[in-house]
Design a protein around this ligand. Structure first.
Ligand SMILES: [Fe+2]
Length: 307
């Protein structure tokens, strides 16, 4: 398989948020591409879907999902996959991504991206499901590393090694969330540099950046503020190893005006320079703010029907 699966480097992109719909349509800002949360548009045939079609005519678009539940032991939800594929047929995204996680079991959707044990059994389970999804969608799936708050006693494969084996077995690509690596490393006490060095860099199709909330002895992946300096520094190192990946800044809570969001994204250009010393000032936030969720509509319920 060719570098980054032969997929294009789209440049610097932003998440498409409904607060910014009018601004984007009225001003056509100079953003390289947009990432959309698939579930916010899959079963919406009203204004949001029409707006997405207009934006997709002007910008490259990537579809990013939160409900595939690729790690679940429930059967794959082909009702969900059918809707996902229909949206992809309409929008023609550069690629389709989701997370290495499970979101529910026995038809209950937790609406959380839950971690799974990382061992040979779960690797084979996940790889088999990724192959099924790729066959159904007729395109490679791009899988994101989740932010985690717990690890499992029966995990015996480091996450970075799990991702490498997963890409080798399935041909899938990686969405490397640099903030998630930092959050998980803090919460689970591993070295984020070893993680970054250990992943297959030629399989990194896209990266995520986002802000988080440091609670002192743990970090919550809030996506509601600027990227922190440690994450920018980790990105700076990562970019030298996977410099052709597309970059995306996530911001899902306390969403600022479009220009503020865009300016934060453009800081990434500075950190693409390996010699950039970093930003001295960091915005201070009060703690104990509400934790955000990227979904702005009620997500699909998991159905177990298999076709
Ligand atoms: Fe992410």
């Amino acid at each position: 398989m060719s570098k980054r699966l032969g997929l294009p480097n789209l440049g610097l992109g932003l998440g498409l948020r409904n607060q910014h719909f009018d601004h984007i349509l009225n001003t056509s800002p100079e953003v390289d591409w947009f990432e959309v949360i698939s579930e916010n548009f899959m079963d919406s045939f009203g204004r949001p879907r029409q707006i997405l079609k207009q934006i997709a005519e002007r910008y490259p678009v990537v579809m990013h999902g939160v409900s595939m539940s690729i790690g679940s032991t429930d059967p794959l939800n082909f009702h969900y996959l059918k809707s996902l594929k229909a949206l992809a047929d309409e929008v023609q995204p550069a690629w389709v991504s989701d997370h290495l996680c499970w979101t529910g079991v026995l038809t209950t959707n937790s609406h959380d991206l839950l971690p799974l044990p990382l061992n040979e059994e779960s690797l084979q389970h996940v790889c088999g499901r990724i192959k099924q999804v790729q066959d159904y969608l007729e395109q490679p799936l791009i899988i994101e590393n989740p932010s985690t708050y717990a690890s499992f006693k029966n995990s015996d494969i480091p996450e970075w090694e799990f991702l490498r084996l997963m890409t080798e077995e399935t041909g899938c690509g990686l969405l490397l969330d640099v903030n998630n690596v930092y959050v998980s490393s803090f919460n689970n006490d591993f070295d984020p540099v070893e993680y970054i060095q250990g992943i297959p860099h030629d399989k990194v199709v896209q990266m995520h950046l986002a802000g988080h909330q440091n609670m002192g002895n743990y970090i919550i992946d809030t996506h509601d503020r600027e990227v922190t300096n440690p994450v920018w520094k980790l990105f700076q190192m990562t970019y030298q190893l996977a410099s052709e990946a597309a970059i995306l800044l996530e911001w899902d809570g306390n969403i600022p005006p479009f220009e503020v969001y865009h300016d934060e994204l453009l800081k990434a250009k500075k950190f693409m320079d390996p010699d950039f010393a970093g930003i001295q000032e960091e915005t201070q936030h009060s703690e104990y703010e509400q934790v955000s969720n990227p979904l702005n509509v009620v997500p699909l319920e998991i159905e177990t029907e298999v076709s």
